[in-house]
Design a protein around this ligand. Structure first.
Ligand code: TXA
Ligand code: MG
Length: 351
């Protein structure tokens, strides 16, 4: 592919966003921050622009893209009439880290966006720069995470450039993102059930609390089957270059196992890394030990995970062990565990 000059827009000047928005409108590829991770945006109606997203990322063409909007009025031209439950979810959680899969209007979007499915995933991101950019561009914006396919998602502009410099037109630099993991993707069954296709920034507990009478379905096994409902879940994802193993069990066993394994590897000349909670950082002697924050605040681990995986890569770490908290079934822990398992290719050691 032809190498491009990738512009970095600092957003202290109003003209930068205007310039980025004009480029988007003209078929350009513009990365931008959201509250979850950076997205790589293109005009969702323009097939040649959307085709460039797949090319820049090296993304399989059967994996549909999420369409981002800034105002509810943008939705009517994209989707068929939707249920009361869908409307209630939007009212409660938009803007926010929730993607809702809805029946798509035919011809409203490039067929590349939906990978020829009859549905489209839509979300309104909770980030001022994203909302302003989309409003200025005045078009629905298709945006996957702004990483090369398979790599950890970008949580700052530098990560985007690491993967996509020379392959996209520009990136709006809004600093680090908040949540650090992607949005929760849901599909609705009439007005009675919400099926979580991908756990994410909006937790299952938040959904249950807001809609106590609605059934919330999350089948973990869905995520590992060959034909998952959310097509993107079947590919290698979020993976560092080093070999990552998750370690789960009693804290003292986890420490002992990681210490022994990393010592052995180090003796063989392998560059070792450990991702551990702040409470136990001093237990490890690997070449690179990174903190994922306190184990009492998994939001912090979510916020830091992708940057940590990229930092191991930057230091050429070949084998990585990650402590896996036992509390991962609650709150953001569910999405965190989902991403860590994928990053590790499901390699988890019980000790
Ligand atoms: O937080 C996020 O969602 C970020 C930011 C940039 O908004 N975007 C993101 O996009 O994570 P991406 O492309 O990396 O992941 C989109 C996920 C994939 O798993 C895809 O299969 C699923 O959403 N998806 C998209 N459209 C769908 C549809 N119509 N039906 C089922 N799943 C869909
Ligand atoms: Mg992605």
């Amino acid at each position: 592919m032809k190498m491009l000059t990738t512009t970095i827009w600092k957003v202290d000047q109003k003209e930068s966003l205007q310039e980025a928005a004009s480029l988007l409108r003209e078929g350009g590829l513009v990365a931008f921050p959201t509250e979850t991770v950076y997205g790589l945006g293109a005009d969702a109606r323009n097939s040649s622009a959307v085709a460039r997203i797949f090319e820049a990322k090296g993304r399989p063409s059967d994996n549909p893209l999420i369409v981002h909007i800034a105002k509810l009025e943008q939705l009517d031209e994209l989707v068929l009439p939707y249920s009361d439950l869908a409307a209630a979810l939007m009212a409660k959680f938009w803007p926010g880290p929730l993607t809702i899969v809805l029946p798509a209007k035919s011809d409203a979007l490039s067929p590349l966006v939906t990978a020829n499915l009859a549905t489209v995933g839509v979300r309104m991101p909770d980030h001022n720069l994203a909302l302003e950019l989309i409003a200025l561009a005045d078009c629905p914006v298709a945006a996957p995470s702004a990483n090369r396919s398979g790599r950890p998602s970008p949580t700052c502009a530098e990560h985007v450039l690491e993967d996509l410099s020379g392959r996209i037109d520009g990136v709006v630099d809004g600093g680090a993102t908040g949540v650090g993991l992607e949005s929760t993707v849901v599909e609705l069954e009439g007005d009675h059930a919400i099926r979580i296709l991908r756990p994410g920034g909006l937790t299952q507990a938040e959904l249950r609390q807001a809609f106590p009478k609605v059934q919330i379905i999350y089948e973990e096994s869905d995520q590992l089957e060959q034909a998952p409902r959310s097509p993107g879940m079947k590919y290698v994802h979020y993976a560092p270059q080093g070999e990552l193993q998750l370690v789960q069990g009693e804290t003292s066993n986890v420490i002992e196992y990681i210490r022994a394994q990393s010592r052995l590897a180090k003796e063989r000349g392998v560059k070792t890394g450990v991702l551990a909670f702040e409470e136990r950082l001093d237990q490890y002697e690997a070449d690179m030990v990174q903190s994922c924050g306190s184990e009492l605040r998994l939001e912090e681990a979510a916020h830091r995970l992708y940057a940590a995986l990229r930092a191991f890569d930057a230091s050429g770490i070949q084998r990585i062990w990650a402590e896996c908290s036992l509390q991962t079934e609650y709150g953001i822990g569910e999405a965190l565990m989902n991403r860590m398992l994928k990053a590790a290719g499901n390699c988890i050691k019980q000790v």
